[in-house]
Design a binder for this molecule. Structure first.
Ligand SMILES: Cc1cc2nc3c(=O)[nH]c(=O)nc-3n(C[C@H](O)[C@H](O)[C@H](O)COP(=O)(O)O)c2cc1C
Length: 354
């Protein structure tokens, strides 16, 4: 049997194969409520055979949305709509996971197909926030710097969102600490110039993430997994890097994080990124090797054989598929064929199996 189609058990959860649908914003919600689009989008990928389906970045507070069309889980009313997603995904034998997120200084934007620019207040935008008064890029609005009380409110919002995620039927939480969003803004010395206990030293910059994990632990069952997505490097001198990531992961492992979904970049607008097939895999491999934690590899992994090699080489334990799964929701079926695996298809589709 290929490793790609072998199960992965983490705590009490067994994922039937090593293919996860990477979180991908759909910008299609109103007031944070997932709707038919999200059901069909995530549902088709569960029908397509992926072992793990991770929602797009789901905002823990309304001001933490990238756009006003992001999904959210900041109020109890959202739970029912999320339940429709988790029930359908589980019905297909896949595991439903939720990515909890706060966009920080990258919030208050228009949807990509409307240009993706920051929105002015009079056009539906809102006040953005971050660790420090440092705009993401030239011409971007300056975020206000969170007070310590406001940081506590953010931590509490992650905790409440985790409690709602459980009620909604999610089996895994992924904390979004990557791509230049709020938590990553705290981690990186390039976006965090604070002088209090949330800025400066490594210990201080990582404090918010550690406190978020500990807060989630208070409401999230011990037998259910927690993932953290990080950007293992800012690809910029003086920024967050692999060494800091390894140091951080050693702490996260101690406090109950099970898997590091290893991405890169997103915090520095003019970083030079050597984009190529599997270009982020070495980070997943190094983190796995140095800390012993499970890792997920993501980024330009587009073929079954490529995914199988990564797993066989013990460079990662899980393969996240993004754009290839947008092009083809049946990516796992295609990869199974490539690897001569006899994947179980939905009964309804079996007459098409050759
Ligand atoms: C349309 C789209 C939306 C995305 N939204 C998210 C998101 O909500 N959260 C996240 O962590 N990454 C997001 N990403 C990044 C993907 O999860 C993935 O890391 C990236 O696309 C690289 O993988 P790929 O080469 O397989 O597409 C998004 C990517 C795309 C294409």
């Amino acid at each position: 049997m290929s490793v790609l189609f072998s199960p992965l058990s983490i705590k009490s959860v067994t994922i039937k194969n090593r293919i996860a649908i990477s979180p991908m914003c759909q910008y299609s919600a109103i007031d944070g409520f997932p709707n038919d689009w999200h059901l069909v989008h995530l549902g088709s990928r569960a029908v397509g055979g992926a072992g793990l389906i991770i929602t797009e970045a789901c905002a823990v507070v309304p001001e933490g949305r990238i756009t006003s069309h992001d999904i959210g889980i900041w109020k109890d009313e959202h739970i029912e709509n999320h339940k429709r997603l988790t029930q359908f995904i589980e019905g297909q034998g896949s595991v439903p996971a939720i990515q909890l997120a706060h966009a920080g200084r990258k919030a208050s934007c228009d949807t990509p197909w409307m240009g993706g620019l920051y929105l002015d207040m009079d056009k539906g935008g809102w006040k953005i926030l971050g660790p420090s008064e440092l705009p993401f890029k030239k011409d971007a609005p300056t975020p206000y710097s969170l007070s310590k009380d406001e940081i506590n409110t953010v931590i509490e919002a992650f905790k409440l969102a985790a409690a709602r995620s459980l009620l909604a039927g999610y089996k895994i939480i992924e904390i979004h600490a990557a791509h230049g969003y709020l938590i990553h803004q705290f981690l990186s010395p390039l976006s965090n110039h604070r002088t209090d206990e949330y800025g400066g030293s490594f210990e201080n910059r990582t404090r918010i993430l550690i406190q978020i994990v500990k807060a989630i632990n208070q409401v999230w069952p011990k037998e259910l997994p927690i993932f953290v997505r990080i950007s293992a490097t800012d690809w910029t001198t003086g920024g967050w890097d692999l060494e800091a990531s390894i140091q951080l992961v050693n702490i996260l492992k101690e406090i109950g994080v099970d898997l590091i979904d290893t991405s890169t970049a997103g915090n520095i607008v003019d970083a030079t990124i050597p984009v190529a097939p599997g270009y982020q895999v070495p980070f997943a491999m190094e983190i796995k090797k140095q800390t012993g934690i499970l890792t997920g590899a993501v980024g330009l992994i587009t073929e079954g054989a490529q995914a199988e090699t990564i797993l066989n080489n013990k460079e990662a334990d899980l393969i996240l598929i993004g754009r290839s799964a947008l092009r083809n929701p049946y990516f796992p079926m295609q990869a199974a064929k490539e690897l001569n695996e006899n994947l179980k298809w939905p009964l309804q589709y079996e007459r098409a199996k050759i």
